[in-house]
Design a protein around this ligand. Sequence first.
Ligand code: ATP
Ligand code: MG
Length: 463
Amino acid sequence: MIKKLIRKILGTKSKARDTSTPVVLGPDAHGIDPRLLSSNAVRVTSTLQEAGYEAFVVGGAVRDLLLGVKPKDFDIATNATPEQVKRLFRRAFIIGKRFQIVHVMFGQDLLEVTTFRGTTLDNAPKDEHGRVLRDNTFGSQAEDAVRRDFTINAMYYNPANQQVLDYHGGIEDIRAKTLRIIGQPEARYREDPVRMLRVVRFAAKLKFTIEPNTGAPIAVMASLIDNVPAARVFDEMLKLLMSGQALACLQQLRKEGLHHGLLPLLDVVLEQPLGAKFVTLALDSTDARIHAGKTVSPGFLFASLLWHQVLEKWTAYRASGEQTIPALHLAADDVLDSQTEKLALQRKIGSDMRDIWSMQPRFERRTGKSPHKLLEHLRFRAGYDFLLLRCASGEIDAELGEWWTAFYEGDEATREDLIASANQPAGSGGAKRKRAPRRGGRSKGGAEGGNAGGNSGGDGGAE
Ligand code: ATP
Ligand code: MG
């Protein structure tokens, strides 16, 4: 206690810290509630320990436990090699190339078990920018701690004796809400540029302050992200967007100058009044879903982020003479092509995005069987939620969203009434529709996607 006080008074220079031995904290000092621990995490650590190995809960889970938050997953660190770990569990798989880890499964629950890493990266293969390509040298726990990204992510918890081992002042940084990289920041970002994205994510998600030395090199080194394989950038972007603080993360990304090249034109989108409102609403609703414990589909998320790019291109293709639907498909192709390379959008996500976008003009058709057919679409719910966002952002008339809500929730008789009222001239049921010249049961506007159709909100305030 006194030692800690003195250290506090003298200031905690990380360079002066002895990082080869940990500060050990007992339950009274760290205050972790053991009930927040998953039984499977305890199962893994105790199985390893009974077999004679060291085993700890590590990383983000310890950080969350110390913050009093139930961790969403548990990583385990051990001195057993991947082969030795694998032998102890019935369903265990060695995965990974860059870092070999073991996935231990219990039913649906997956735990990642990593062997303590060594510090000698000198001989590890690197790309021409210094990024470490492969590294499977094992080491001591102290070495493993040095290899982790932030002080708050480098603590080890042993459920058996309830001790926390802290090598880098993580506890103090947790208490001061400070995000501090371990080691020399430039070198750490060079080894792995994804750490710059992680700074942004953790700062926004935990509402921590970035320690000045940790933040300083990011603006200069941001372009190193370009050399990281797209799939890894995508994984990290997804984590960022699903962190429950998506908007804060994107704002922070922009502040740090990291958004360039991640989602090309995202900055432009955020600067357009209509685009900004749409993206803000979409991210707010994503955050709300995460906080409510609901799932979020990556397809919906990316469809939202890129919608205003699609709209712009859609409008341009129509202006050059394309019909509404083909123009929308061309716009979707352009946007997906330009994003796929950088973001490694998986095929499934791309096709979900296309489904959501191409459903939009179909919401304008409220005649005959069209609304019923649309309701049967496999991804109707996503398309409908997307429509509501467009209404809420002021891009299209709110009446269309209200009509669909009534149709979606209504019984068969209500639905027939709604279809009838939508096809009547203005005045009935409060629906303000332009009287369109009827030609073969279809208005000209209808064939072109209706009066609210996708011309960037031009009709939104036209009442
Ligand atoms: P989350 O709550 O988002 O899962 P996390 O800290 O657990 O946060 P993970 O990506 O699950 O993040 O990584 C687990 C741990 O592995 C981290 O806490 C950190 O110690 C270490 N780690 C992960 N990525 C890196 C990296 N790029 N460089 C160094 N250490 C890393
Ligand atoms: Mg984790």
